[in-house]
Each structure stands twice: as C-alpha cells, then as structure tokens.
Design a protein around this ligand. Structure first.
Ligand SMILES: Nc1nc2c(ncn2[C@@H]2O[C@H](COP(=O)(O)OP(=O)(O)OP(=O)(O)O)[C@@H](O)[C@H]2O)c(=O)[nH]1
Ligand SMILES: [Mg+2]
Length: 260
C-alpha cells in the first residue's frame, strides 16, 4: 500500500528527453536503452521504483542562480531578490519514468565561501552533480572546475552523471551567448559533462533540463541494478538448494543506500 499521492501529471516521462547540444551530451540516443525499457515493462527494476531516492547536488558560485533554478522547476516561481542559501536546502521531486516511480532529492548548496564548508558535507553519495554558472559571468564558468573537483572528492567519478549548466540566458546578448557557449561546450567535453543553457526567469529549458537529469539518472540506476543482479532476475527471491541441508535464500531485502 502506498501512502504517497500519485505522481503529478506533469512529471510523467515516457520518452527519453533530447540533449541540449549534441556536441556536449552524456548520450545522443533517441530512446531509453532497450534493456531499461524491457526491465520497466516487466517490472524488474529492483530497488528503483520502490525505495530508491537519487541524490542530486547543485553547486556553483554565489548568485549564479542555483536556488532560482530549483524553485522554477519545483514550485514554478521566480524571485528577483537575492537571498543567499545558508549551508544547504533540499527539494524532493517525484517522477514516473516508463511507468516506474522515481524520486530525485535536489540539494541546493551555498555558493558563498563562508557557507561552503557546511555545504560540502552534503556532497557525498550524489548520483548526479549539476555545476551551475552564470552565462553573463565568465569567471563563474572558470570556477566550475574547482566546483567539480570539490564535488568529486566526496563521490565516485566513474558513476556520477555531470551536468554543466549556464543560467540567466535571458540576460545575455546573442553575441555574448555565442562566445561563452563555445568555452562552456569545450569545458563540458573535458569534464565529461552534459551542457545546458537556460533561464529561471523565463523558464526556458528548465523543465526539459530536469526531465533529462531524471531520465538519465533513472536509466543509470536501472542499468546498475540489472548489472548487479547478473543473470538472476532482480527483485526476485533466489534460492540455491544443495543435496545437503544448505539453503541460501536471498529475499528482496532493502539494499543499503550509502547516499545519506
Ligand atoms: N535575469 C535572471 N536573473 C536570475 C536568473 N536566475 C537567478 N537570477 C537572479 O540571480 C540572483 C541570484 O540567484 P540565486 O538563485 O539566489 O543564486 P544562488 O546561486 O542560489 O546563490 P547562493 O545561494 O548564494 O549560492 C537573484 O537576484 C536572482 O533573481 C535568471 O535566469 N535570469
Ligand atoms: Mg542559493
């Protein structure tokens, strides 16, 4: 029995959302991986869809627009007044991907130096890292390397999905945008991150971006579950009988999630 209300209609993902720029994308597939589609159809997604919550951390310089970005997506609001995040804050977003419930825990961290040490204690266990810069501020793009390094001290670089996100697109002129985008794409490529440009003020690309984060995180989680389960069907009870009295039973126990 579920105590949660149904997932909002505008959080249902049935197709893999497109990347923003094919030159700086985590993948350019048109559809979810076949294995993932089959696993979802057969309800063999293991811990994904039951108790798994994926942690996503949002980092970047102060005032680049991290909080506004999260608030635009989660609450559909925009505040033009700057209120620094002190330490961290988080929002939960529930999705349904290919018919499977899936939740993201979005951690909004402080960019101000004096709050950074508090914020960095929450970096651990992230499945996706969103590194934000301001499209009108080249220095904030340059600093993304340092943000990446700090986030990766606490995480496994081989399994974390990275996104490099330029905000305040509404404020940049086409010429300024073209210039900074070239550098951002180069950097995203070096970091192995997916690049996006958006605006929390106008809402341009915000929903598309978070749908992409949810979808790629979901896909990675299901693939990892499938790999873990190997040949056995995930989520099933496995019994190995021998002629002696040995009986090993692996029940569908909650997997330890080292995220928090
Ligand atoms: N024009 C415009 N302004 C934005 C946009 N996003 C954020 N801002 C403004 O930029 C300022 C900083 O935004 P925040 O979201 O608070 O920045 P932050 O990155 O969370 O800052 P810290 O919490 O200190 O790390 C605010 O005054 C916002 O109104 C945007 O897309 N367009
Ligand atoms: Mg903030």
């Amino acid at each position: 029995m579920s105590v949660l209300p149904p997932v909002r209609k505008d959080r249902i993902i049935g197709q893999l959302p497109k990347c923003f720029n094919r030159g700086a994308a985590l993948n350019t597939d048109d559809e979810f991986h076949n294995k993932v589609k089959t696993a979802c159809q057969q309800q063999r997604t293991g811990t994904v869809g039951r108790f798994k919550i994926s942690k996503v951390i949002v980092v970047g310089d102060l005032a680049v627009g991290k909080t506004c970005l999260i608030n635009r997506f989660c609450k559909d609001v925009f505040d033009k007044n700057y209120k620094a995040t002190i330490g961290v804050d988080f929002e939960m977003e529930r999705f349904e991907v290919l018919g499977v419930p899936f939740s993201l825990q979005l951690w909004d961290t402080a960019g101000q130096e004096r709050f950074k040490c508090i914020a960095s204690t929450y970096y651990r266990g992230a499945q996706a890292v969103i590194i934000v810069f301001d499209l009108t501020d080249v220095a904030s793009l340059e600093h993304t390397r340092q943000w990446l390094e700090d986030a990766m001290k606490e995480n496994d670089p081989t399994s974390v999905l990275l996104f490099l996100v330029g905000t305040k697109k509404d404020l940049s002129s086409p010429a300024q945008y073209t210039l900074i985008e070239q550098d951002a794409i180069k950097l995203a490529d070096q970091m192995k991150a997916e690049y996006w440009a958006l605006s929390a003020l106008s809402g341009e690309n915000v929903r598309e971006f978070f749908f992409r984060v949810a979808s790629l995180t979901f896909e990675a989680n299901v693939l990892a579950e499938l790999e873990k389960s190997g040949s056995r069907r995930i989520g099933e009870v496995v019994q190995i009988n021998s002629n002696s009295n040995n009986l090993y039973a692996t029940s569908k126990k909650k997997q330890t999630n080292c995220c928090q």
